[in-house]
Design a protein. Structure first.
Length: 165
């Protein structure tokens, strides 16, 4: 029976929340674990890999992990970000992640907003070049919300359909 791994890097829990929504939508043989616990992706037929956008890109640890994904492996990527949905930076982070798995079989990508920790917002609002960004990112404070989780579940079901095809 096909086996699915949902793995994620998450500092403040937003990406984990989306990972759990994906996990709930995947029937059957699956595991949902933080990236730090994954030693090998051998034996999994499909991988969902999630990360937060950090300083305009993807966390180093995730970058290193994506470089090890074997050729032809079924994979889907998801991310959370403080910026507005559809913004250039969050798109570029996912595009960068996709380029790292270009020899794998990328079945789809998903992203939604995630609240920025109060601590990070306070630090950013003190620096003139980040003040405007932190004000904009404040409107992510209710995310990920129920709608985001439902969209992530729909994404997961669609990826499963593609993986089976
Ligand atoms: C140190 C740090 C850097 C961040 N940099 C960005 C960024 O460049 N662009 C962005 O959209 N969000 C940025 N964010 C916001 C996170 O992407 C967002 O809060 C995300 O949902 C956090 O996910 P997590 O709870 O899984 O760690 C940053 C957050 C932190 C703490």
């Amino acid at each position: 029976m096909a086996k699915t791994l949902i793995t994620y890097f998450s500092r403040t829990g937003n990406t984990r929340q989306i990972a759990e929504a994906i996990e709930a939508a995947v029937p059957g043989n699956k595991e949902c674990r933080p990236l730090a616990e994954i030693e090998s992706v051998e034996g999994y037929d499909l991988l969902f890999v999630g990360f937060p956008v950090q300083t305009h890109s993807i966390p180093h640890r995730v970058e290193q992990f994506l470089k090890t994904i074997p050729r032809g492996k079924n994979i889907a990527l998801f991310s959370t970000h403080g910026s507005l949905t559809g913004g250039r930076l969050s798109r570029e982070a996912l595009e960068h992640a996709a380029s790292l798995v270009s020899s794998a079989r990328l079945l789809g990508t998903f992203s939604c907003r995630g609240k920025v920790s109060q601590e990070a917002l306070e630090v950013l609002s003190r620096s003139p070049e980040h003040k405007a960004w932190s004000e904009m990112a404040g409107s992510a404070r209710t995310h990920p919300d129920e709608h985001d989780s439902k969209e992530a579940a729909a994404f997961a079901r669609w990826v499963l359909t593609l993986a089976a095809g």
